[in-house]
Design a protein around this ligand. Structure first.
Ligand code: 4MI
Length: 405
């Protein structure tokens, strides 16, 4: 008989920096190291805990009682530090405060409410793709498609005025950096944060939003009494923060996947109903949102180790989405698999409320491309854009071969 002490599981530690520029540029080896180290790993660089295996990440995301969001979903612990902006009423809130804003936004962005956007977005995608291809079949797919399409349809759907829309991507980029440590990426954005935040806050006011659209719908919910009248600006802010960079990188991911898996592109061309699977598989495979944090609300035991009350835990969504314990051949982009259950949109009460919007955008763009483009190939190595949270792209140089007819 061994003593209980000899059997007590030890907490594995890692000295790697998850937000080091080398790790952000190529996160897969680090993610494997973490998954193999154990169900919970102590990250010495920041004095926080991390989870990288699918089962534990999934379990923690669905246990909001033990793992709160209200102390922030980035490295900063709102119990001890003042947030850089007023906390999101959705992302950085727990029940019961979370519930009314969530219910409102859930309805505004529901599959049923966004059905009215479908035909227009399909036509917009055709127009954009025809425009791009008429200009030449070799281009950078990041600005030309992955950025252009969301920027073309989403701000209009919110009801945003034209002026200043160029601020959306820089604001998103900075916000997603700000979930991480104050490294060089955040420092580089500090100079413009005041100006960008002021512009965003201004667009969230009722008089600056169109009479129809998601923005107006959110304000109307306050008139009905579903939320209080001081809440709409920050709920609109959530749309402006979460609605652009995420879909841009999701679209870039699926385009990259097809450029590197020509046989999968042929399958979509033969069966366009695979476009939806393709986007979800790309979200699993690339995980545009790589990490989010939670804070323990009590001493939580996982796999024999205890995460003390008040401690931060970083969930490696991208690592969970490639955990071989959960997925066969996880590193392969494969339309034969069922990617549902991936945690790229999170899981549980905070699961991405905008996912139907993201899917509709991708369906429109992929459908327009599938009828016009025979094959997609890279003409130069793609370049990453480094961000503390997003798996992002600087450029994706492609050649598209036009389909006959
Ligand atoms: C999943 S990305 C994201 C979601 C929500 C917000 C920001 C980013 C927010 O501000 O509510």
């Amino acid at each position: 008989m061994s003593t209980p002490l000899a059997d007590a599981p030890v907490l594995p530690t890692s000295t790697s920096d998850p937000f080091g520029l080398d790790v952000l540029a190529d996160p897969l080896p680090f993610q494997e190291e973490l998954r193999e180290a154990g169900p919970v790993v102590y990250l010495e660089t920041y004095g926080i805990y991390g989870m990288a295996r699918y089962d534990e990440v999934h379990a923690a995301l669905t246990d909001w009682q033990s793992f709160q969001s209200g102390a922030g979903v980035g490295l900063s612990n709102f119990r001890y530090e003042k947030p850089w902006r007023p906390p999101s009423l959705l992302l950085e809130a727990d029940p019961p405060h979370h519930d009314a804003p969530r219910a409102v936004l859930s309805k505004v962005l529901s599959p049923r409410s966004i059905r009215r956007l479908r035909d227009g977005w399909m036509a917009d995608a055709v127009e954009l793709v025809d425009q791009v291809l008429a200009n030449g079949t070799e281009f950078d797919a990041v600005p030309a498609l992955a950025q252009a399409f969301p920027l073309r349809v989403f701000p209009d759907a919110v009801g945003l005025r034209q002026e200043g829309r160029e601020n959306l991507l820089p604001y998103g980029n900075h916000t997603f950096n700000a979930f991480g440590p104050h490294n060089s990426l955040v420092a580089a954005g500090d100079a413009r944060v005041g100006e960008l935040s002021a512009w965003v806050a201004e667009q969230c006011e009722r008089e600056n939003l169109a009479d129809t659209g998601f923005g107006a719908d959110i304000w109307a919910a306050a008139d009905r009494g579903d939320i209080t009248h001081d809440q709409p600006p920050r709920i609109v802010r959530s749309l402006l923060t979460a609605g652009v960079d995420t879909t841009v990188n999701g679209l870039a991911a699926v385009l990259y996947a097809f450029a590197t898996h020509p046989e999968q592109w042929q399958r979509v061309r033969e069966d366009i109903s695979l476009a939806r699977t393709a986007f979800d598989e790309a979200v699993r495979w690339e995980s545009p949102v790589q990490t989010f944090f939670r804070t323990a609300t009590r001493d939580v035991e996982i796999g024999g180790v205890t995460i003390p009350d008040g401690e931060k835990i970083v969930m490696f969504l991208g690592a969970a989405n490639r955990d071989p314990r959960r997925w066969d051949r996880p590193d392969e982009f494969d339309l034969s698999r069922d990617p549902s259950g991936h945690v790229g949109y999170g899981m549980g009460i905070h699961q991405c409320v905008g996912q139907h919007i993201a899917r509709l955008e991708s369906e429109a763009l992929l459908t327009a491309l599938a009828t016009r483009v025979e094959s997609i190939e890279l003409t130069a190595p793609p370049r990453r854009h480094l961000n503390n949270t997003l798996r992002s792209w600087e450029s994706l140089p492609v050649r598209m071969q036009l389909a006959a007819g």
